[in-house]
Write a protein that binds this ligand. Structure first.
Ligand SMILES: Nc1ncnc2c1ncn2[C@@H]1O[C@H](COP(=O)(O)OP(=O)(O)OP(=O)(O)O)[C@@H](O)[C@H]1O
Length: 395
């Protein structure tokens, strides 16, 4: 929802503001570059103007531009707005026009903020709120409705941001993902199986500025084409959040290894497979100059993810293994998957076979696991990683 004659989108970023001047400038540069790439990918046009702690996108497509900004990492919120003269009269007129266009009954509030020197305007933000509020009240009455103010939780909220040279009137703050602009951290490898969790985990690292290198481990007869297609579909969604970056899915074979583990190992085989995956992911990281591995594990969600089993899995890796979902509940992860758009693909039935044994170990001992797993497990992981297939993700 935006006021009539909206011509700009206000883009707010959060954590960048607390960085040193030099770091902040670099991150804002990157954010502007990423916004530009996001607009280009969606065929949108807009001129990005950078000001302290805000970006302004001047555009004739404020709705679509605000949506694109709200999908860009580092953006806390975006508001399609109308620019007016920084005078009480102009602001009131814009508030009245917005009310006439969008008021649909219920309570209202005017929320105003002023930026710049204290003597920049002959009025305070409270004057905008009281006089603007009175103008909105009269407008609602002229629409033959009963006005009522609720400052805490109104049905209809009008915002004003008054700066030295212009004021902006808007009706909503569309929530963005927050975090840091993509590309402001070194890349990490993401182990993506295409289930609900791992794409969310990858997305969370992207939201902290890390480009991801997705690795899918092909389980042969235990996975299958639908399983792989599911992983690819979720990676395509992840790629839509990184329009300026080239993304490829690295496919590491594990068909023969899984068959061997199934034949030779008992209740520890799932953990051996996890360790194989981590070592393969590390090998990919090394060749892609990535500095960590991200997985979708959460403590206790599965038998392979008890705190004890995560400890023995982790022992296979020397790079840091990032588990951003570690302490999250499944319901919250699922909600996030829906929000980022990976849920639908993640839940298609792939008909794959179960690698996990009937009674898996939940409290594994590292020495017992090392003794039970094939001695060449890590060597095979590195060899299969080297021979991996790289599938470019088209957009
Ligand atoms: N075939 C695979 N390819 C790549 N990574 C995988 C694969 N299977 C599992 N992983 C990684 O190991 C983690 C834990 O495995 P788990 O068996 O719980 O995954 P899943 O249930 O198949 O998928 P998800 O964790 O995405 O819901 C995953 O979150 C993912 O990071």
């Amino acid at each position: 929802m935006h006021p009539p004659e909206a011509d700009v989108v206000l883009v707010r970023h959060g954590e960048l503001g607390v960085k040193s001047e030099q770091v902040r400038r670099k991150m804002e540069d990157r954010l502007a570059q990423n916004l530009r790439a996001m607009f280009d990918a969606r065929g949108l046009s807009g001129d990005i103007e950078r000001r302290r702690n805000r970006l302004f996108v001047h555009t004739a497509e404020p709705d679509a531009v605000a949506d694109a900004a709200a999908d860009t990492f580092g953006v806390v919120s975006a508001s399609p707005a109308r620019t007016v003269e920084p005078t009480l009269e102009s602001i009131e007129a814009a508030l009245v026009a917005a009310t006439e266009a969008h008021y649909d009954g219920g309570t209202f509030a005017v929320d105003a903020a002023r930026a710049g020197p204290s003597d920049a305007h002959p009025f305070a933000s409270t004057d905008i709120e009281s006089e603007g509020g009175a103008a909105v009240w009269d407008t609602i009455e002229s629409l033959s409705q009963d006005p009522a103010v609720d400052l805490d939780d109104p049905d209809f909220r009008l915002f004003v941001e008054c700066r030295q040279d212009a004021a902006y009137v808007f009706l909503e703050k569309r929530a963005g993902p927050g975090g840091l602009p993509l590309g402001t951290q070194r890349p990490v490898v993401a182990l993506v199986s295409g289930g609900i969790d791992s794409p969310v985990a990858a997305w969370k690292l992207m939201a902290r500025g890390c480009p991801v290198v997705p690795v899918y481990v092909d389980l042969g007869d235990y996975g299958g084409p639908d399983h792989r297609a599911r992983a690819r579909a979720t990676v395509e969604t992840l790629a839509s959040y990184a329009p300026g970056e080239e993304m490829a899915m690295h496919v590491v074979d594990a068909g023969a290894v899984v068959a061997d583990l199934e034949a030779e190992m008992g209740d520890l085989r799932m953990l051996a497979l996890r360790r194989y995956m981590l070592v393969a992911a590390e090998a990919v990281a090394e060749s892609e100059q990535a500095v960590g591995v991200v997985t979708g594990e959460a403590i206790g969600q599965k038998s392979s993810q008890t705190s004890a089993n995560i400890a023995v899995t982790d022992a296979a890796a020397s790079l840091p293994v990032h588990r951003p979902l570690l302490a999250m509940d499944k319901a919250d992860i699922t909600n996030l998957a829906r929000r980022i758009g990976t849920f639908e693909d993640a839940t298609v039935d792939t008909g794959c076979n179960r690698v996990a044994p009937e009674l898996p170990e939940t409290n594994a001992d590292l020495y017992a696991l090392r003794a039970a797993e094939p001695s060449d497990l890590f060597e095979r992981a590195r060899a299969c990683a080297e021979a991996r297939e790289v599938v470019l993700i088209e957009r």
